[in-house]
Ligand binder design. Sequence first.
Ligand SMILES: Cc1cc2nc3c(=O)[nH]c(=O)nc-3n(C[C@H](O)[C@H](O)[C@H](O)COP(=O)(O)OP(=O)(O)OC[C@H]3O[C@@H](n4cnc5c(N)ncnc54)[C@H](O)[C@@H]3O)c2cc1C
Ligand code: FES
Ligand code: FES
Length: 490
Amino acid sequence: MWQKYFTPTTMQQVFALLDEYRSAARIVAGGTDLIVEMERGVRRPSVLIDITRIPNLDYIFLDDGNRLHLGPLVTHNQVVASGLCRQYALPLAIACWMVGSPQIRNRGTVAGNLITASPANDTITPLWALDGEVTLQSAHDTRVVPLAKFFQGVRKTVLRDNEMVVDISLRAMSPDQCGTFMKLGLRIAQAIAVVNVAAVVTFAEAATSAARMNALVSDARIALGSVGPTIIRAYEAEKTLIGRSLSHEAIHQAAERAAEAAQPIDDIRGSAAYRRLMVAVYTRRALEQIRAGHERDVLPTRPVMLWGGTDGRFPPWSSLPLTRQGGGPLVHSRDEDQVIETEVNGKLYRVKGRSDKTLLRFLREDLGLIGTKEGCAEGECGACTVFLDGIAVMSCLVPAPRAHGSRITTIEGLGSAERLHPVQEAFIDAGAVQCGYCIPGFIMSGASLLAEKTTPTRDEIRQAFTGNLCRCTGYYSIINAIEKAAEKYQ
Ligand SMILES: Cc1cc2nc3c(=O)[nH]c(=O)nc-3n(C[C@H](O)[C@H](O)[C@H](O)COP(=O)(O)OP(=O)(O)OC[C@H]3O[C@@H](n4cnc5c(N)ncnc54)[C@H](O)[C@@H]3O)c2cc1C
Ligand code: FES
Ligand code: FES
């Protein structure tokens, strides 16, 4: 898939590599977009620069000027879990919660979502409504670019081939502001937006939920996604609201103006006419939700993450006894003999040879661990779920060299023939297996859920499985099995 895979541990190393390889190179963070693009032949970089081993790039903080900052490695799930994001950037936190599935949110970053620059990408819309900016840095200079100038069209940005996004910031919401995000997809999870809407309303005074019905609006931001080449601000809709309360009439008029601002096209997910109609519907619903004070209800207090017993942060570097630590960036290439040293199911492996493949194929082809299955190879089905340093991920979207220095658990390491994991036992007891192909993935997700929540509700079990598909459609018995396993855990 690639010729050289670099694992730098400092930003200076990244800038030097970008300068050297320019358009032949791509940065890889979570890989959830890039690996799919490479598998489909949309992009063919010969050099990958993995930034996930650089320490402290997953920061979230509020500065003195009231801007909230996210580091380039902040994942969607980290935003969902962040108290700062929930308080000061609720529309972004809701958007991150609606991205893909837990396994995708565990690796996918907000920065990667922006750089892929699809107008349907969910985090761009709220960041646009919250005056988002990105800081771009190269070996030679640093520039701060507002999102409205960063995006140039469908999948086009002003990022130069020697630059890295080193920071994302947004205007923190104040107590007199309320905001939300809504998305229409063709299904609830793992769905690209047909339409998405972010709305941020400033009231003339700090408005409690009860008082919002009559409070006057002093400012409004309405941003629309998936209905134009980039995100669209619905300026006329915003103007309609200013100086008025969020009455039925004001909301109705704003929704109509928002639909007029949209520039949708027909595509496989919906016609232009349907999208325009849905812009009105979703703008109305977003404003009604704000008026009713229900926008915080969208995010569970303790959302399902599939972080197992971890805090959801990947360790920057390894505690394994590696042959080579530190120094210049590690390079795994087709031609050189650099080994991948990794601990899988408690056993240390040192593998020499071609490493230009995904972790899924590495596990199956090089380690002979064929319990992890390939269903779609695109992050959609969850059959390839493994734990990377304790966190559930789709191994079909993880480059094999990312395993270097990591601890991985596969289905083979969850229990043993003598002593099954409680989730494995429960699947047998509940008769939850039909053809069996999807089952290793479901068991991994279920085990991660129970390590996180010993008494999950049925809704939480469903949430944990949003990234797992069963083509035999055995969902009821699979959910029952997790309930049975949870009983054993207590
Ligand atoms: C099954 C599935 C479901 C999905 N569902 C959704 C969804 O519901 N909503 C949604 O919006 N998205 C969705 N996505 C898309 C994806 O998960 C996001 O876009 C993700 O946020 C990308 O982040 P990443 O870290 O994985 O990026 P990567 O794949 O690592 O990189 C993406 C791009 O950004 C570049 N890049 C990454 N970081 C930097 C940096 N710091 N500086 C410069 N360049 C950089 C890479 O070179 C690459 O071009 C889904 C993807 C999959 C596979
Ligand atoms: S999600 Fe990885 S094979 Fe389907
Ligand atoms: S049991 Fe057959 S795919 Fe799930």
